[in-house]
Design a protein. Structure first.
Length: 157
């Protein structure tokens, strides 16, 4: 699912202020880029920010993403076999379809407003901070003969 609109600079600025964060050009640019390019990895975000601001250090982007994740403005996606991906954390409630062939990630709307298995029966002492549900399979372009470059599956399946 694509977001319905891009984020304007004023909206990004307001979000940072509401979260108690100092407004900086890199923070605003990262929020705007993720609104336009959900599921982006660090390098993609860096390129998007450079398009908006000019040259910017990769470490700066890493630091900004870390801060925005800590303040729950950005969500880090933990997709098996791929680099960390990032998306805005406050748009809507959804899960992800992940292609094991090419690594494509697509938003999947929830069938209800409740997350499936949002709270485990036994947390085994863990403090659960978030739930991420991913549906793994093959996108339409990767269906058919199995590709030799499938994303690693640690279960051995």
């Amino acid at each position: 699912m694509a977001y319905l609109r891009t984020m304007q600079r004023a909206e990004a600025t307001a979000l940072l202020k509401q979260s108690g964060l100092r407004v900086t050009a890199p923070r605003v640019a990262v929020l705007m880029d993720l609104a336009d390019n959900p599921h982006a990895d660090l390098e993609s975000v860096r390129r998007g920010v450079e398009d908006r601001l000019g040259s910017v250090a990769t470490q700066t982007i890493y630091d900004v993403l870390h801060t925005l994740v800590d303040h729950r403005l950005v969500q880090r996606l933990h997709v098996i076999g791929t680099r960390a991906r990032f998306e805005l954390a406050f748009r809507d409630s959804h899960h992800h379809l992940v292609c094991r062939g090419c690594g494509a990630i697509v938003d999947a709307r929830c069938t209800t407003d409740q997350l499936a298995c949002a709270v485990p029966v036994d947390s085994h002492g863990f403090l659960v901070e978030e739930t991420q549900i991913q549906f793994l399979g093959l996108c339409p372009q990767c269906q058919g003969p199995r590709k030799s470059h499938l994303i690693d599956d640690p279960t051995g399946a």
